[in-house]
Ligand binder design. Structure first.
Ligand SMILES: [Zn+2]
Length: 260
């Protein structure tokens, strides 16, 4: 029985879309409000364009911009925040409505509160919009702060795929759709994505003044057919770090970690 997967690879996405097709007669009543979504499939092959979506590796960040610092919140000494990854918005329908090309994520794993489902704006997480950095100004490996090995992530490089996203019906949580239980991952895609529906895991309440923008999904090397753990990112228990944007102020973001 295939119950759906976090989207890591093109094969995961193809499997999901063929599941919808094969089971069209039973599934169609639930596909009432499709939304376009850009989902990223990952590989270990580094593109030459530094602005592309990625976890780890080299960031899209200007040399002359101060690197985010975590004060420690009483838990550790001030330190450079780990670079987690970035999402490339350049070729997406959302691009015209947001104030940059690339959303860069720094995150302090030492201060993180994995199980908090509240909406945050606190500095455990720094989200930065960047665009139009001249090639000669992009930070190089030698310019990066040093991080402890436990904070080194990836690298995983994302390629955008546009597909339709659907709200997971209540029947997909343990119900019986197409003879299967727990098919919710087939409807609302989980992975690194822009637009579509927010992954509904435990708390999908969105304040009316905000809307879902994008998600940094968990990623594990096993999803790419590798063994062991090399730079995996796991938000809680295979959750997502979800980013919301203010309806009236596109520069104002908030975030939450949603996990099983
Ligand atoms: Zn910290």
């Amino acid at each position: 029985m295939y119950e759906g997967e976090f989207i890591h690879t093109q094969q995961n996405l193809d499997d999901r879309n063929s599941w919808l097709t094969v089971n069209a007669a039973e599934v169609e009543p639930f596909l009432t409000a499709p939304r376009d979504c850009t989902i990223f499939t990952y590989s270990r092959s580094e593109p030459s364009d530094r602005a592309t979506t990625r976890y780890g590796g080299l960031p899209y960040w200007p040399k002359n911009r101060p690197w985010p610092i975590c004060s420690g919140h009483g838990q550790h000494q001030a330190m450079s925040m780990p670079y987690v990854g970035q999402i490339d918005f350049r070729h997406t329908p959302e691009h015209d409505a947001i104030p940059g090309d690339v959303l860069v994520l720094h995150y302090c794993f030492k201060c993180s509160t994995w199980n908090s489902h509240e909406r945050h704006t606190d500095p455990t997480c720094v989200l930065t919009w960047l665009s139009n950095i001249p090639d000669e100004d992009i930070i190089q490996a030698d310019d990066l702060p040093a991080f402890s090995s436990s904070d080194v992530i990836g690298p995983f490089y994302g390629a955008p795929c546009i597909t339709e996203d659907y709200e997971a019906p209540s029947e997909s949580y343990g119900g019986n759709i197409a003879g299967e239980s727990y098919t919710f991952l087939q409807f609302t895609l989980q992975g690194t994505k822009i637009g579509g529906y927010p992954p509904r895991i435990q708390d999908d309440s969105v304040a009316p003044a905000q809307k879902f923008l994008c998600a940094f999904g968990s990623i594990q090397p096993a999803g790419l057919g590798e063994t062991g753990y090399h730079g995996d990112v796991c938000w809680g228990d295979m959750g997502s770090l979800i980013v919301y944007v203010s309806n009236n102020h596109p520069g104002v973001l908030s975030w939450s970690i949603q996990s099983y």
